[in-house]
Design a binder for this molecule. Structure first.
Ligand code: PLP
Length: 366
């Protein structure tokens, strides 16, 4: 069986370092809000090219608390509109509705799966306040264009960088483009903890401190509460795990890139469409996603040959029971994407031999 993602194998590469880091935390006797977190935040801010990083409990909280902080800072109010791609993972939309803001779903570009600046421009109204740019599958959205649009219309830009740690355009990485950027360190992400974790990066020191307070019961000072906050913190063990994994992230990305190149060079079957990427060197390949009009058959066929694949994502947000208010909407590009996409195995646990086997099977699919 070629597994989609074997986390044990992935983390085993660093088993020694991870165990040492874990022991260091156990021995320190300090488990929340200590040195490991402070060091990780600094190291990750530097990695992204951002001024500040605030660790939180997960990627959803990173997005939710950023929008919430902008409300507390008077930059957003209930009912304001947030432009977001219709084909994103549901977390991007949950962060918006949790804050009683209005998600304005727009169709993505069918080639890049990311926001199309033209569709964003067409969706801007006097109520628009934020563009939530999702860097889906590891490719940055067209941030130069999106930031230019935002500047012209005086909008905030929030990046959903949960799938794009290290992805860049012109040397500028995810987490350094928007007014803020939310990251997830869910174990399966490119930079994955050994549990839940998330962070916000920003150059805005006030935003960073409001988010930090919101994640700590709304408190800047112990037992004094400025906001009705929540508990959303990145703990010392996870911060220590992430410091180890961050040191290896660029290498992991290079392994993913080699695998992606191998797929793109080897797949030859008119029933399949490989990703079309003009800036190949800038993609971090969180997922390697092919499209096929016969996706379900293809998935079954690969499964029959011992190759595990996944679908990101099978049901678009506007067809989810959770969002019945959107059920009457029609987003043909998004709906076609959800019917056609298939994610192939690609990680440091996927060998070149595995990928060769997969390519041979894909090319024999008829
Ligand atoms: C994983 C993911 C999130 C949520 O991250 P969690 O840490 O699981 O809360 C948000 N947005 C996107 C695009 C994701 O892939």
């Amino acid at each position: 069986m070629i597994e989609f993602l074997n986390l044990k194998k992935i983390n085993n590469l660093y088993a020694q370092e991870l165990k040492e880091a874990c022991s260091r935390v156990i021995d320190s006797g300090w488990y929340i809000g200590g040195n490991e977190l402070a060091c990780f935040e600094q190291e990750f801010a530097d990695y992204c090219g951002a001024g500040y990083c605030v660790g939180v409990a997960n990627g959803l909280d990173a997005l939710t608390l950023t929008l919430r902080a902008w409300k507390e800072m008077g930059k957003l109010a209930e009912g304001d509109e947030v432009i977001v791609p219709a084909n994103t993972y549901i977390a991007s939309i949950l962060a918006i509705t949790e804050n009683r803001l209005v998600p304005v779903l727009v169709e993505p570009d069918e080639k890049t799966f990311n926001l199309s600046p033209a569709c964003v421009a067409a969706a801007i109204t006097p109520r628009t306040k934020v563009i939530l740019a999702v860097h889906l599958y590891g490719l940055l959205a067209d941030m130069p264009e999106i930031c230019a649009l935002a500047e012209k219309h005086e909008l905030l830009v929030l990046e959903d960088s949960a799938q794009a740690h290290g992805a860049s355009i012109d040397g500028r990485r995810a987490g350094s483009w928007g007014h803020a950027s939310g990251f997830s360190f869910y174990p399966g992400k490119n930079l994955g903890a050994l549990g839940d974790g998330g962070a916000v990066t920003t150059n805005d020191s006030e935003l960073a401190s409001v988010i930090r307070a919101l994640g700590n019961y709304g408190s800047y000072k112990k037992y004094e509460n400025q906001y009705k906050g929540v508990n959303s913190r990145l703990d010392e063990i996870q911060a220590a795990m992430l410091r180890v994994k961050l040191r290896h992230l660029d290498h992991e990305v290079s392994v993913r890139r080699e695998g992606a190149e191998q797929y793109m060079g080897g797949i030859e079957n008119s029933l399949l469409e490989v990703p079309s990427v003009t800036r190949r060197e800038q993609h971090v390949w969180h997922l390697f996603v092919v499209k096929s009009h016969r996706r379900d058959e293809l998935k079954e066929y690969l499964h029959g040959h011992g190759i595990q694949t996944l679908i990101h994502y099978p049901i678009p947000v506007h067809h989810q029971n959770a969002y019945q208010e959107f059920s009457g909407r029609s987003y043909p590009i998004t709906e076609a994407i959800h019917k056609q996409v298939l994610s192939l195995p690609l990680s440091t646990a996927t060998s070149a031999t595995d990928i060769d086997v997969i390519i041979r099977r894909l090319n024999a699919f008829s």
